[in-house]
Design a protein. Structure first.
Length: 264
């Protein structure tokens, strides 16, 4: 069985820089970490491998799209138990929305030889769209279960999971191949072993550019993104306060006047 875990590098700091021209996050590799939801997805894949009758028959690959420095995060995933990693890295991929990102990731999955199961975090903490997993399922025309909180069993033809829904938690049987997006609470990513760290140091992370991934240039990056951020900014914080004296009726009237005078 081949499990592909999609991971994203996200800022490890709350001080996020925005590109004023593209209105996208500046990803310079500084203080980048694995998206916490994706870390849980990786641990889920590793536990599936650990529980297999023949762990050697389960291959766990990590896949990401990002700048060259993202290779270090993929190498860390290997130190924790993943078998191999693939990085999609090219300026042509930059500025992609979720649809263009999904298309690029699908090219990466094909380059890895396909998958029996794709695991993603429910969402990324820097975007909160929760769209990549379902869009990958749509791309491959596979079933998808979102916000999975437990993988109860995995058979050659199906996965038995427990997932959150609008009506509460539900037990689902999902035919394979499939895409699962997992809750952050499903599992905490294990620490790397010393042997794992030493082994990962010598691992070369393969990097594919747009040409080598055979990606259609019209479907990647900003040009392939039907949705784009028009404006993004960090709100100004003000410590000033205005005292509103009087009884409740007077305060309400004064407050209404203050709101009317604000420039929205």
């Amino acid at each position: 069985m081949h499990i592909v875990v999609c991971v994203k590098a996200v800022p490890g700091s709350t001080e996020v820089k925005m590109d004023p021209k593209t209105n996208t996050i500046v990803r310079d590799g500084g203080q980048a970490v694995i998206n916490p939801f994706d870390a849980s997805a990786l641990e889920t894949a590793l536990r599936i491998k650990d529980a297999a009758a023949e762990p050697a028959d389960v291959r766990v690959s990590v896949l990401s799209m990002g700048i060259p420095a993202t290779a270090d995060l993929l190498r860390d995933c290997i130190a924790r138990g993943a078998d191999d990693g693939l990085l999609l890295s090219d300026r042509a991929f930059a500025g992609a929305d979720t649809l263009a990102t999904t298309y690029a990731l699908s090219r990466g999955i094909e380059a890895l030889g396909g998958a029996d199961l794709i695991l993603c975090g429910k969402m990324a903490v820097d975007g909160d769209t929760a769209q990549i997993g379902p869009e990958l399922a749509g791309t491959f025309e596979w079933p998808c279960a979102t916000d999975v909180v437990e993988v109860r069993g995995l058979e050659p033809t199906c996965a038995c999971v427990r997932a959150n829904t609008d009506r509460g938690a539900a037990s689902l049987t999902v035919p394979l191949p499939a895409v699962l997006t997992v809750s952050k609470d499903i599992a905490d990513l294990r620490m790397p072993s010393i042997a794992g760290i030493m082994a990962a140091e010598g691992v070369s992370i393969e990097a594919l550019d747009a040409k080598r991934s055979a990606a259609d240039a019209r479907r990647i990056g900003l040009s392939g993104s039907p949705t784009q951020v028009v404006r993004s900014f960090v709100p100004d914080r003000a410590d000033g306060a205005v005292a509103v004296p009087g009884d409740a009726a007077e305060q309400a009237c004064a407050l209404a006047q203050l709101i009317e005078g604000m420039s929205l």
